[in-house]
Design a protein around this ligand. Structure first.
Ligand SMILES: C[S@@+](CC[C@H](N)C(=O)[O-])C[C@H]1O[C@@H](n2cnc3c(N)ncnc32)[C@H](O)[C@@H]1O
Length: 270
């Protein structure tokens, strides 16, 4: 396994606009049904308590609550916590968002000792490395009930890519605010090399005073080609049993950056 690690951060004030694009392209109402079916297929507990890591602006969390889950979201970005709470209130659903860094074990233990054990831990669409996924799973392992699952997603290539050759892609997106009275433009630039995608996005949007603003965001995605029966996280197999992958074909292509498809990977707690 590659032992890389990286953190994603967002420039102040940008999350509200990033959320316009999440709402437009991420197809949560489709993807969360896929996740629900994956969980139902593999879980051996009867509860529906889910802890969602990196809950962002609360979109998965609201959909999962609509599907009958009791949802706890852990998110370290305060602006995202505030936007999520506003959205949760509008939707009137059973979701609690807590400010927490899931990469810091002491922070996780502090929060989870108040929450108690859960049936499921989900880590969805969070651009951290595969070895960071493993760290997140290990940090939460004590808080997953026996028979419960850890479910996450990852990307595979849709085309043959020579890992040594640098490949580029770019596109432009336009998204309206949920109430349609605002909009933002995003210019995306992707560089593919050695199973790493560097994704730079330039956002154009109007600030609260109506002035045109431009901000840059940068994400790093790890691409781990899907191999059935191979545990990309190398979790402790005395604790976790590897589950089969699920290739996400239910959503349309706009869910993923160019050349990539998404699949779910899961482990069941013994
Ligand atoms: C790309 S967003 C996705 C949000 C949400 N999961 C979704 O699918 O819409 C990734 C989120 O993970 C959060 N995040 C990344 N690392 C984190 C960490 N170590 N602890 C808590 N939140 C984290 C970021 O702040 C961001 O809100």
């Amino acid at each position: 396994m590659k032992k890389q690690s990286w953190q994603v951060g967002y420039p102040n004030g940008l999350i509200k606009y990033i959320d316009f694009f999440r709402k437009k392209y991420f197809q949560y109402e489709v993807l969360d049904v896929v996740i629900d079916n994956y969980i139902k297929k593999h879980i051996h507990t009867t509860g529906k308590r889910i802890c969602s890591l990196g809950s962002g602006t609360g979109r998965h969390e609201v959909e999962l609550a609509k599907l009958g889950y009791e949802v706890i979201g852990l998110e370290r970005n305060e602006e995202s916590v505030n936007i999520a709470n506003q959205y949760i209130e509008e939707c009137n659903v059973n979701v609690r968002i807590i400010k927490c860094d899931f990469m810091i074990k002491e922070d996780v233990d502090r929060v989870m000792s108040e929450i108690g054990p859960v049936d499921i831990v989900a880590l969805l669409l969070v651009p951290i490395s595969i070895s960071d996924y493993a760290r997140a799973a290990n940090n939460l392992a004590d808080w997953i009930k026996p028979g419960g699952v850890f479910v996450t997603d990852n990307f595979g290539y849709t085309v043959d890519v020579d890992p040594k050759r640098l490949m580029f892609a770019s596109n432009v997106e336009v998204a309206n605010s949920p109430d349609g009275d605002d909009y933002a433009v995003r210019m995306n630039y992707y560089e593919y090399k050695d199973n790493i995608v560097n994704w730079t996005a330039i956002y154009l949007y109007h600030d609260d005073d109506g002035k045109l603003n431009m901000k840059k965001d940068h994400d790093v995605l790890d691409v781990y080609p899907e191999q059935e029966g191979v545990d990309p996280l190398e979790l402790n197999h005395n604790i976790f049993e590897l589950l089969p992958n699920h290739k996400v074909t239910e959503c349309d292509e706009s869910l993923c950056p160019p050349y990539l498809y998404e699949y779910l990977i899961g482990w069941r707690k013994k």
